[in-house]
Design a protein around this ligand. Sequence first.
Ligand code: PMP
Length: 396
Amino acid sequence: MNEKFNFLDEEIEHLKSENRLIKLHILESEQAPVATIDGKKVVNLTSNNYLNLTTHPKVKQAAIQAIEEYGIGTAAVRTIIGTMTMHEELERRLAQFKGTEAAMLTQSGFTANTATCQSLMTSPQDVLISDELNHASIIDGGRLAKAQKKVYRHSDMAHLKEILESDEVKHARRKLLVTDGVFSMDGDICNLPDIVDLCDKHGVITMIDDAHASGVLGEHGHGTVEHFKMQGKVDIQIGTLSKAFAAVGGYVAGPQKLRDYMISTARPFLFSSSQPPSVIATCLAGLDVIENEPERLKKLWDNTRYFKEALTKAGFDTGHSQTPVTPVMVGDSAKAQELSRRLFEEGVFALAIVFPTVARGKERLRTIVTAGHTREDLEFAVEKFVKVGREMGLVK
Ligand code: PMP
């Protein structure tokens, strides 16, 4: 027994008392629309595998071929000898995908956000403006940045305007606004036209985190900017390669000079090793699939519309979601957890999100459909939601 860690007993008890002690669920099959989780075959409504690329034969083949040709890893950071031709090729392709001059890869979407905030916001005379529901990586980016932080109420444009007109922002040296494109817990889309309009008036750089929008929003899946037809109007776009792209990694897309600067200053880029060839090849193949198989995006949205409508018709409250992230509002931690547990028994996996991850009264199940779900999978899931919902008195 190592007594040096006894202090953790109390910490763990505290986490338990706040419903924050996590027990990991184990995926025992591939990440698929119907998967084996914790020993049971279930309809899986929890992954971010929007376009069902995890198992796409061409994407898998690209990874295998890259391993055969280039081995399993780079064993170096990008700035030493961890940059292969394919890393730069992927950066060019991602810049094209996002309609920007350049892009810079990072090891995750998380570090793309922290690196950008930290690299650009280097003085207390700078100001970082953030939506209150932004992702944890943006919050941590703010902690690493030396700037003052200003947080506006979720998508509240009057509050944002008030902040932008404040003396502190007016007199700041550098100004950066960061917003999620799609908010990850509620599935709503940021008010990009008003945000850009306000920021342009006040000389504020705009940065959008498109983790849940890339491959999902817009006619070609290019993200929130394409959704609003605002190509060229947003200064920095952050993306992840771990959701629709189904691999791992992130990127910062924007002006060439931003890339030039960040490859010399972004700490995760400088001090953490680059992605292995298999991952890069997977993402290149994923871009080809997104381009050449538009039917996946269509199916994702057909499934999204069907599932949302069916749940709403059955009497469930799906909040303000406009995307495949669909919350099923319950409003009570114990009930949300019970709903999740009973759905699992019935063969449907949907996780409960409870206080303090979301505010009290906003406890919910968070569901995500993918392009890979069949209509039968979704009908089955809805049938079980209705059955358990009725038994628990959540719907009539
Ligand atoms: N931003 C948002 C909005 C996210 O939901 C996530 C993933 N949870 C990230 C960033 C981080 O992305 P990654 O998993 O690639 O680190």
